[in-house]
Design a protein around this ligand. Structure first.
Ligand code: NAD
Ligand code: UDP
Length: 311
């Protein structure tokens, strides 16, 4: 394998830091950038002694020149609904202006480019499971649109750089992913449930808990992203775990794995909260020979120590 100099935006975040670990482990050199809006320097503290890793605190919405890079992974964006609702304008800007700035870097240096897109592009889907050919059901002016529409615009922009500027781009539609370093208080369901269960507090189920999600363990996801980045596939590709759980089943799994005595507490369902979500990963299987290996219960078990350390 050719060793590369790689730019990772959002490197201090949950997925950006796992991706950085993998790239360094393979022998590449990584420049991580992050504005620390939802990230945590603690996620990359262990990399300080590594001479192949460097870090710059910066907002990718300001143009910047990292010097010659061979590949750009654009992971920067708030990702949890409570956080992107708090950082609404910032989320729209990082998806649009920030993505354009990083595409410009890839264009300038002839580097490959991967953008972290999302299953949220499908909105509250009318097709189930969601395959890449489905165009989605997004409320373009609802509260979640600051995230969904920014990501949809970023996909369109990325395809335009592929078609008109000859940049070697890749688009991954990431479905709900969890694991160590998922921010314990960022409001996503796995972090909320794990922390609540470990404190023996009630688990907050929004709505009746019958809505579904399909949860992918971080290491599985990173493997899929890396394979996509090295492929000839330029159209969006779903990466996620196709095993679907209701939120009530997810609560049950968390209580079991943590051995908690927590009960459930029902709270209102947020506006435009998708009712069902499950990736069709036929394309990832065929094109990347990829499928997830870690079950939800195994992945929760592997995340237990991390969440305990955050109590
Ligand atoms: P995260 O919040 O842990 O990481 C995102 C990182 O981006 C943070 O460190 C944050 O500080 C940084 N960031 C945000 N705006 C920035 C800016 N303007 N300039 C520089 N850095 C900025 O979230 P995550 O779960 O690791 O998500 C990573 C990427 O994957 C995001 O683009 C997200 O939309 C996408 N994604 C994640 C999931 C998931 O389930 N984890 C699902 C779908 C898509
Ligand atoms: N959810 C919940 N309790 C929580 C947090 C989330 O019931 O404490 C629900 C939420 O309404 C959604 C699902 O769990 O239906 C997944 O939410 P999350 O914020 O993790 O991600 P989303 O898939 O909505 O982006």
């Amino acid at each position: 394998m050719r060793f590369m100099r790689v730019l990772v935006t959002g490197a201090a975040g949950f997925l950006g830091s796992h991706l950085t670990d993998r790239l360094l482990g393979e022998g590449h050199t990584v420049l991580g950038v992050d504005n620390l809006s939802t990230g945590d320097l603690g996620n990359i503290a262990h990399l300080k002694p590594d001479s192949r890793f460097s870090f710059e605190e910066r907002d990718i919405c300001q143009p910047f020149d990292p010097g010659k890079v061979d590949y750009v992974f654009n992971m920067a964006s708030p990702a949890s609904p409570p956080e992107y609702l708090k950082l609404a304008i910032e989320t729209l800007r990082v998806g649009s202006v920030g993505t354009e700035n990083t595409l410009e870097i890839a264009h300038k240096y002839g580097a490959g480019f991967l953008h972290a897109s999302t299953s949220e592009c499908y909105g509250d889907p009318l097709e189930h499971p969601q395959s890449e050919s489905y165009w989605g059901n997004v409320n373009p002016v609802g509260p979640r649109s600051v995230y969904d529409e920014a990501k949809r615009y970023a996909e369109s922009l990325t395809m335009a750089y592929y078609r008109y500027r000859n940049v070697n781009t890749h688009l991954v539609r990431i479905f709900n992913t969890y694991g160590p370093r998922l921010h314990p208080s960022d409001g996503r369901v796995i972090s909320n449930f794990m922390m609540q269960a470990l404190r023996n507090e009630p688990l907050t189920v929004y709505g009746d808990g019958k809505q579904t999600r399909s949860f992918c363990y971080a290491a599985d996801l990173i493997e899929g992203i890396l394979r996509l980045s090295r492929s000839d596939e330029h159209l969006p590709t779903n990466i996620g775990n196709p095993i679907e759980f209701t939120i009530l089943e997810c609560a049950e799994a968390v209580i079991e794995v943590t051995g908690s005595s927590s009960e459930l507490k029902y709270e209102p369902l947020p506006q435009d909260d998708p009712m069902r979500r499950k990736p069709d990963i036929t394309k990832a299987k065929q094109v990347l020979d990829w499928e997830p290996k870690v079950s939800l219960r195994e992945g929760l078990q592997l995340s237990l120590e991390f969440f305990k350390s955050k109590l």
